[in-house]
Design a protein around this ligand. Structure first.
Ligand SMILES: [Zn+2]
Length: 393
């Protein structure tokens, strides 16, 4: 955004900055913007922020996991600006003071994380964590470890794309470190917080009630957790709906290791869909849960890899439940009941099993921490059980 335009752009705004946003949106790939009707053409007043432009901005925000408000502020503008890059378009490198930012960086981070090189949060900014992960990747694959991503490193990524799949028990067996109690899930306490409850149904679409969907999901997660020796505590029953404060207080009294809050989303914008995770994070220096962030990231990746739900990413929030719990807490928004495809999948018990499996594996991976080198989307409960039963051999 030009320096002359510090304000937010919204419906009714007018000027060259509006025309600039419009041009950038028109140039985006269909991945980033679906409906672009009324965005361009001779009859359009390019400098006016009209209804069509607002619709396009909302669509873009939804796909990026941004707040869907139809307003272009600094965050949305920077996402629009970064969205034109795809991985391989330019050389990526860490430039302190002026971080490269874009979809290509986000794709790189996803790729590194999926391969087991911890690039940290997928935020589309090439910072020191991304550089460190690139260096480890390069060393592991016999490339000069210079930390910048040029043609050789791109080639290594695309070669690997074909080879990463399956083979989980072996991977686990090699990870002797799981045996250390610090890495084990067994003996821990997990609080499951199915949203809403009692008379409060949450989002309800075509008779499908959010409260029921997430309670059923919680039970499937509970079954898997208790099978490996984890204690599970619920914040509510079928018939109760405690406040967020009461839920947090209960989790604190239980001295739980983790709280997982389960919700589905809904939105009056019909295109809204996909999965998002949230952890406590308001200010990176002072109010930020690193463990919550790590679990939210892993969970997000595991669910996307296993279900193909649209990736609305993980986000720091200072919501009451996240703020008032003393243990790492993550809120999962597992798809939109208002989106026909998401809803029909959520109605399917088999799909909820897949979600439950993703939760279990994510919790285990979180405790593996730095030692977690598993590829995303390949571990299953059976592997963990067989591994634990074999005493880690
Ligand atoms: Zn909800």
């Amino acid at each position: 955004m030009s320096s002359s335009n510090n304000g937010l752009l919204r419906r009714g705004s007018r000027g060259p900055a509006v025309a600039d946003v419009r041009t950038r949106l028109v140039a985006l790939s269909p991945d980033h913007l679906g409906d672009r009707s009324g965005l361009g053409g001779p009859e359009i007043d390019a400098q006016l922020y009209d209804e069509a432009l607002e619709r396009a901005v909302r669509d873009f925000q939804q796909r990026q996991g941004l707040i869907v408000d139809g307003i272009v502020g600094p965050e949305t503008f920077s996402a629009i600006d970064g969205a034109r890059w795809s991985l391989g378009d330019r050389i990526l490198t860490h430039t302190p003071g002026h971080l490269q930012h874009g979809e290509d960086v986000a794709a790189l981070q996803e790729r590194l994380n999926t391969l087991g090189f911890a690039a940290g949060r997928v935020d589309g900014r090439f910072g020191p964590n991304t550089e460190r992960a690139v260096r480890s990747f390069q060393r592991a694959y016999g490339l000069p470890g210079d930390g910048s991503v040029g043609p050789d490193t791109f080639r290594a990524f695309s070669d690997l794309r074909r080879s990463v799949s399956g083979g989980s028990s072996t991977v686990l067996r090699e990870q002797e470190r799981v045996r250390r109690s610090g890495h084990s899930l067994s003996g821990r306490t997990v609080v499951l917080d199915p949203g809403h409850g009692g008379d409060e149904a949450g989002a309800t679409v075509n008779g499908l009630r959010e409260a029921d969907v997430v309670l059923d999901l919680a039970r499937r997660i509970e079954g898997r957790l208790t099978a490996i020796g984890v204690s599970v505590v619920y914040t509510r029953t079928e018939h109760t709906c405690p406040s967020e404060e009461e839920r947090a207080a209960l989790a604190n009294r239980a001295e739980a290791d983790i709280l997982l809050s389960l919700h589905c989303d809904s939105h009056d914008h019909v295109d809204a869909r996909g999965v998002a995770t949230f952890f406590f994070g308001r200010d990176r220096r002072t109010s930020w849960s690193a463990v919550g962030e790590s679990l939210a990231d892993i969970l997000q990746r595991e669910i996307v890899a296993r279900t193909g739900l649209a990736n609305c990413r993980s986000h720091g929030r200072s919501w009451r439940l996240l703020q008032q719990t003393t243990m790492p807490a993550v809120r999962l928004e597992a798809g939109y009941l208002s989106h026909p495809e998401d809803a029909s999948r959520l109605a399917d018990p088999g799909f909820r099993d897949t979600l439950a499996e993703a939760v279990l594996v994510s919790l285990q991976r979180m405790y593996l921490g730095e030692d977690d080198t598993n590829a995303t989307g390949v571990l299953h409960l059976g592997d963990l059980r067989a591994y634990l039963a074999s005493g880690g051999h």
